[in-house]
Design a protein around this ligand. Structure first.
Ligand SMILES: O=C(O)Cc1cc(O)ccc1O
Ligand SMILES: [Fe+2]
Length: 475
């Protein structure tokens, strides 16, 4: 082992999950929330119409109109549109920001010269229909911030046409200091797996921990600080990102479930206005048509004193998800676990769904309870936040991933099949102390070279997990 490998193996060793750590994790998160109570305030509701002003500036939100000739406190009024001006009322998203300086006050953008693993070239690798599994991705050993630590795994479509998705992982060790990022191409749904992110946005600040997710819609500027949330997780941070180019995330329809259930709107949290009046130099990094650009400005972009609107960043705690499942027999399709969906124009067919596999009771009778064997007309990318996924006895680890592409067969591994075929069907907790999730997309995904080769995490042995499945035919 050379020095690099030694350091890497030490770091990987420190963060290898033991059974016990896994069991304790939910408690640790709870303990940790108690120990570090949120210092930030939130407003609740998905799709709500919010109004917020920093308490240091009462009356900063203009009343009765959006663009007064002179705004209170000498602020500038600025609108950010998340949908076309003429989008139907029920879909129309926009917010009005009242800020110390307008966003336009910056120097020209130049191509970003720093490191990045972002990639939108879907033609780098030959298509690969195989089942794919990645071992947990490495966290860098050096100082890498959130933007520098983005690596694209797979994706489809293009930013020009605003049709497609990309799946990235992030891994970072340092905070973005006097740096703000925004994405012109689409929305980011961020799923932290390790570490706790403090995200300063134009709308206010929030903290996002493992087992929480956040969505930062297209165009909104933010900066990510890393924190030390627990004894198992230091300032090493990593997680998964689903980027959608077409549309924004919505709550799924509930149909016959009724008015309540799954992710309830009131559990989505949006930060309150919190400005900084800082005239230091800032770097604004934007992702535009898949490439990064950087511009200088001599003030903080987080200078919004008041805002109102419905185009906002938000976070959601996955433990709040109300699980609906079969109370009689058979395994329901995983769509029952949809937290958020980014719909296409084809009814019921998502550009991408964000689906979780939360802790719950399994009570089905005369049923093979784990996920069924199947082939799907959708692409299924899965990640694991902690614990163990119910369909895989071994090999799918927290911080790792799998991809089962369109019509690629997959399902429970051999050991899982054996166990579940023999299990006594008493009511049982499933997925206790675990949290797996899926980004499911109607698009066919292409893998980047980094994901298939450079990262060296693709597990060539994955197919062997089904090898033991034997012929049980007994005519
Ligand atoms: O492939 C997977 O593990 C995801 C999945 C889970 C499930 O419960 C049913 C179908 C499905 O694709
Ligand atoms: Fe599946």
């Amino acid at each position: 082992m050379n020095d690099y490998e030694k350091k890497r193996s030490r770091i990987n060793g420190t963060f290898r999950w033991t059974e016990r750590q896994t069991k304790d994790l939910l408690n640790i998160i709870v303990e940790n929330v108690k120990a570090n109570p949120e210092q930030f305030k939130y407003m609740n509701g998905f799709g709500s119409y919010f109004s917020s002003e920093d308490k240091r500036c009462p009356g900063s939100l203009p009343l009765g109109q959006n663009s007064p000739q002179n705004c209170p406190y000498g602020l500038y009024a600025e609108q950010i549109s998340g949908t076309a001006f003429t989008a139907p009322r029920k879909e129309n998203l926009r917010s009005w920001l009242y800020r110390i300086r307008p966003s336009v006050l910056h120097e020209p953008f130049k191509p970003f010269t720093g490191k990045t693993g972002l990639n939108n070239n879907w033609n780098e690798q030959h298509p690969n229909p195989n089942q794919m599994r990645w071992k947990p991705f490495d966290i860098p050993l050096d100082d890498v911030n959130f933007v520098e630590g983005l690596h694209t795994i797979c994706g489809s479509g293009g930013e020009y046409s605003h049709h497609g998705i990309a799946i990235h992982i992030y891994s970072c060790t340092t905070s973005m200091e006097k740096i703000a990022f925004y994405n012109s191409d689409g929305d980011f749904l961020v799923v932290p797996q390790k570490g706790c992110l403090e995200i300063t946005t134009e709308f206010g600040k929030f903290v996002v921990r493992p087992n929480e997710i956040c969505v930062i819609p297209q165009g909104i500027r933010y900066s990510v600080k890393v924190r030390e949330p627990s004894r198992y997780v230091t300032s090493l941070n990593s997680g998964y990102i689903l980027e959608v180019y077409n549309n924004h995330f919505q709550l799924p329809e509930l149909g016959p479930i009724g008015a309540n259930g799954l992710a309830n709107p009131r559990d989505f949290l949006t930060p309150v206005a919190l400005f900084e009046d800082n005239d230091e130099d800032f770097q604004i990094i934007c992702k535009y048509q898949g490439k990064l650009f950087s511009a200088k400005q001599s003030h903080s972009p987080f200078d919004v004193v008041a805002w109102h609107g419905n185009y906002v960043p938000f976070k959601y705690d996955l433990s709040k998800f109300m699980v609906i499942n079969s109370a009689s027999f058979d395994h329901c399709d995983p769509s029952i676990f949809t937290v958020l969906t980014c719909p296409s124009f084809r009814p019921g067919t998502a550009i991408a769904d964000f689906v979780i596999f939360p802790p719950r009771w399994a009570v089905q009778e005369h049923t093979f309870r784990p996920p069924y064997y199947h082939r799907n007309c959708m692409s299924e990318f899965m990640g694991l936040i902690f614990g163990k996924y119910e369909a895989k006895n071994n090999g799918f680890l927290p911080g790792g991933a799998t991809l089962h592409s369109i019509m690629t067969p997959h399902g429970p591994d051999y050991q899982c099949f054996e166990n579940a075929s023999r299990a006594e069907l008493i009511p049982e907790r499933v997925a206790d102390n675990t949290q797996a999730f899926m980004f499911e997309s109607s698009l066919s995904l292409r893998i980047t070279k980094w994901a298939e080769k450079t990262c060296q995490k693709l597990d060539e042995q994955y197919f062997e997990c089904w090898k033991g499945l034997k012929k049980n035919f007994n005519i």
